[in-house]
Design a protein around this ligand. Structure first.
Ligand code: URA
Length: 232
């Protein structure tokens, strides 16, 4: 069995402070095991046994949340791309190491369901092309969606500009002349917008409402909740 991590490693892993700041943090009496105040940054204790500022450490195994992404935020960590989805999370979560990242991406102009985790293995597994979890999008277009798109999308023959392989069969339900629900089992770059563009429509509004069996429930834009891996 692996040795428990050192206190200074734990504090930086979970975003309380940097490894260098840990000695001062601990000296200030902020880390306890039960009622015992701990003093040695090199002491090895299981994180689950610790209290920091009187509170247990949150999300020890992994941080995994579902967020209702508001419009205008990017899923990239590159500050040059503008305000990011991570900016709305508590600062301590943003300082975790490994850092939190979205599982897949939604465009800046897309709202809705996005998962965020600090578990790189889980992220990699869920983003793999072998992972065919259904992604449901609600969309609005600038003009009436041609009924022929339903058959084209489900046929598995639509090749998007710049691609060599066709899109996997996708389900399009037209709910009003310029509104539809589209269910994809893959996630090519800007896929929904490009599929609609292939049938002459510009997507004006795009919202992801479901991923596999996971929905947003009553989460308002900008809100999140914890998710268990078996919910995905
Ligand atoms: N398809 C898009 O075009 N944009 C998204 O954000 C997600 C899917």
């Amino acid at each position: 069995m692996a040795r428990p991590p050192r206190l200074d490693q734990t504090l930086s892993r979970f975003g309380y402070c940097s490894r260098r700041e840990a000695a001062g943090f601990i000296k200030a009496g902020r880390v306890c095991r039960g009622t015992l105040i701990l003093r040695d940054p090199e002491e090895r204790i299981e994180p689950v046994e610790l209290l920091v500022d009187g509170q247990p450490i949150p999300f020890i195994e992994r941080l995994l949340i579902v967020v209702n992404k508001p419009l205008g935020l990017v899923c990239s960590h590159d500050e040059k791309e503008g305000p990011a989805i991570y900016d709305i999370l508590p600062e301590q979560w943003r300082r975790r190491d490994p850092q939190v990242s979205s599982i897949g991406r939604l465009d800046k102009d897309t709202s809705g369901l996005i998962l965020i985790t600090d578990d790189g293995v889980l992220n990699h597994r869920l983003c793999s092309p072998k992972h065919h979890e259904a992604k449901t999008y609600e969309l609005e277009t600038d003009r009436a969606i041609p009924v022929s798109a339903v058959e084209l999308f489900v046929s598995g023959t639509l090749v998007l500009a710049g691609e060599d392989k066709p899109c996997l069969p996708a389900t399009l339900e037209i709910t009003a002349p310029n509104r539809a629900r589209l269910i994809l089992t893959e996630g090519k770059y800007h896929q929904v917008r490009r599929m609609l563009s292939a049938v002459g429509c510009t997507v004006m509004k795009l919202h992801r409402s479901q991923l596999g069996k996971l929905t947003l429930g009553d989460l308002a834009p900008g809100q999140w909740r914890e998710v268990r891996v078996d919910e995905i």
